[in-house]
Design a protein around this ligand. Structure first.
Ligand code: CO8
Length: 263
């Protein structure tokens, strides 16, 4: 599919989606959401992709939230439909069986913070700014912010951010555990690519199972989470990658994971 509101490319088993409406600070409108959804479907169907990176076009923004010009025209039912569509797409992003890294290069506000925290982790440029400013528009987060943000940084911190609508810097986000690393803006993509390249050499099944066990385990009690891990561990042992990984160790050579799901 040809895309306009995003740029989609794949190189060395690493896919990159760049939100591409820089004049509107990459704000999320219906067209962009549709293209994001289609690109995620392409990625889910492609067994050669090991890692996905999300970033924003230009040097000012990752995503400055939902497109307010579009949002302002919605009645309550249209808003419900828009929020539900956003949730479905962000859930699809979170459930991809590969690693997903947000490279946040500027403003990540409202829907921008919400997309970034649905990724597996965030590397932020030193000029990045996060926030849930919806309260200043007389609304609340609608793409998962009231749910994922408290799970990530605790309910009190999430409430402060959501109640005040204030932006926080990349350094503050680092202290809150919202981002994994803060990187000089000009080095951000290089560092993200390096980590993505490292992850791309690992076993596909083990990465998928680790991700699913962590994500599923976050929403259940410890005993249930441990049972999820036991099943996932057993499943990994049935994969060609586990034979290659353990065999390579015993033969004192580097493992070469093929990433196939079956023999
Ligand atoms: N929507 C539409 N246009 C935007 C948006 C946006 N979210 N953000 C910026 N723009 C546009 C500006 O209007 C401006 O356009 P123009 O040049 O035509 O006037 C251009 O981008 C550049 O922006 P600024 O001139 O404002 O740039 P500044 O550097 O002065 O300010 C800010 C940057 C601080 C990021 C500022 O643009 C801003 O506050 N933007 C809005 C941020 C915001 O409130 N985001 C939350 C939106 S609501 C949301 O995300 C809810 C998600 C779930 C919804 C589901 C419910 C249905």
């Amino acid at each position: 599919m040809a895309y306009e509101s995003i740029i989609y490319n794949v190189k060395n088993e690493i896919a990159t989606i760049t939100f591409n409406r820089p004049k509107a600070l990459n704000a999320l409108n219906q067209a962009l959401l549709g293209e994001l959804s289609a690109a995620l479907d392409e990625i889910a169907a492609d067994e050669n992709i090991r890692v996905l990176i999300l970033t924003g076009a230009g040097d000012k923004a990752f995503v400055a939230g939902a497109d307010i010009t579009e949002l302002a025209t919605f009645n309550s039912l249209q808003a419900k439909h828009f929020a539900a569509r956003g949730h479905a797409i962000i859930n699809k992003l979170q459930q991809l069986p590969i690693a997903v890294i947000a490279a946040v290069n500027g403003f990540a506000l409202g829907g921008g913070t919400e997309i970034s925290i649905a990724c597996d982790f965030i590397y932020a440029a030193d000029n990045a700014k996060f926030g849930q400013p919806e309260i200043n528009l007389g609304i609340i987060p609608g793409f998962g912010g009231t749910q994922r943000l408290p799970r990530l940084i605790g309910s009190n911190m999430a409430k402060e951010l959501i109640f005040t609508g204030k932006m926080i810097s990349a350094e503050q986000a680092l202290r809150l555990g919202l981002v994994n690393r803060v990187i000089p803006a000009e080095k951000l993509m290089e560092e993200v690519m390096q980590t993505a390249g490292e992850i791309a050499t690992k076993g596909r099944v083990s990465l998928r199972e680790a991700k699913q066990a962590i994500n599923a385990g976050m929403n259940v009690d410890l005993a249930s989470g441990c049972r999820i891990e036991i099943d996932a561990f057993a499943l990994c042992m049935a994969s060609p990658d586990s034979k290659e990984g353990t065999g390579a160790f015993l033969e004192k050579r580097p493992a070469k994971f093929k990433g196939r799901l079956t023999e």
